[in-house]
Design a binder for this molecule. Sequence first.
Ligand SMILES: Cc1cc2nc3c(=O)[nH]c(=O)nc-3n(C[C@H](O)[C@H](O)[C@H](O)COP(=O)(O)OP(=O)(O)OC[C@H]3O[C@@H](n4cnc5c(N)ncnc54)[C@H](O)[C@@H]3O)c2cc1C
Length: 390
Amino acid sequence: MEKFRGVDYYAIEGLLSEEERMIRDAVRDWVEAEFLPVVAEHHRAGTFPLSLIPKLGELGVFGATLTGYGCAGLNNVAYGLIMQELERGDSGLRSTASVQSGLVMYPIYTYGSDAQKEKWLPEMARGTKIGCFGLTEPDHGSDPGGMKTRARRQGDAYVLNGTKLWITNGSIADVAVVWAKEDDGEIYGYLVERGTPGFSTIDIHGKFSMRASITSELSFQDCRIPLENKFPKVKGLRGPLGCLNQARYGIAWGAVGAAMACYDWSLQYAQQRIQFAKPIASFQLVQQKLVWMITEITKAQLLCLQLGRLKDEGQARPQQVSMAKMNNVQMALDTARLARDVMGAAGIVDEHPVIRHMMNLETVNTYEGTHDIHTLIIGRDITGLDAFGV
Ligand SMILES: Cc1cc2nc3c(=O)[nH]c(=O)nc-3n(C[C@H](O)[C@H](O)[C@H](O)COP(=O)(O)OP(=O)(O)OC[C@H]3O[C@@H](n4cnc5c(N)ncnc54)[C@H](O)[C@@H]3O)c2cc1C
């Protein structure tokens, strides 16, 4: 197959600034040159190419919308385009950037003390330190408010007890942002460094999705952390939800990247594959699938772009982010499944990226609020009625 040809049916290119285009192209070229040649082997092995993380730092990917501390201070559209290009490579690559930027650097920047910011942000921006985000628990996924992990003050320390599950980059992280309840029943955020006694991790194996990404369980058993490791500026569920809102925004763009990869690959394949003495792309039913893909990708691109512009104006509401995450991930999953179908048997092997994207997108559909949870969020917003069953 030829190099990726780009997907822009509605001349959206013209709506981007020169800087936004340059940033997108730089990340696109990097993914093409450095990441795509190694992703299949990491996917098979169930590993992440750790040596690339500092290179992502050099590219300015981490904490890209933050200012100071070595961060790039980009607008939200440029950040979105970065996420799009990373996930055109692999959802695991985008997940690493999303977690580092939206779920670890963002809360340190927004809720953290000056000392916490000085200590972590410059190194995280460079990619010489890695973070993870511990919210989900074995018994609490979609309803994190019911979390069981506890933090109790004892003298000059907080003592953490509990388990976090499904944590991206958990075992390779230098620092974990951990959400726990104190005796007042409120949720607070804490920074737990790797190597702290009482803090251990185990990786989750046997995944059929997000194989080129590390997913771990974090365990806290009488884990004592210094008082200054607590976030001073946030209390309650709005702490983790504020982070998720950032990361979901990046996912909405990233899913478009995965869909673009699947569409372009299956289109090229269909133009080259001959059956009944004709390219399969000449058959109406195959064209219908390709047309569905490009139409839905185009709609999703426009959704992202307007959301990004709203975010840059400080006008994007969390419910609008929910709509983009919900729609674009479903679109990408459907696109990947159709692309897989267009490729016949060839669609199931990792010589082609489509099946890898398809399996990854099953996770993307579930994490950061499942598709159905975002439906409920939007439903509550437009009707004023809560259908969460609580
Ligand atoms: C590869 C991977 C990486 C992840 N990385 C992280 C991470 O870094 N940090 C982190 O904290 N978490 C992470 N997660 C966890 C993820 O956020 C959760 O899986 C997600 O929130 C869903 O929780 P659950 O899996 O417990 O599903 P559940 O909450 O048990 O949901 C199961 C099903 O029930 C439905 N459901 C639940 N409640 C309702 C309701 N009220 N009404 C209707 N339907 C409902 C859901 O939509 C879903 O279909 C990751 C997950 C995966 C798979």
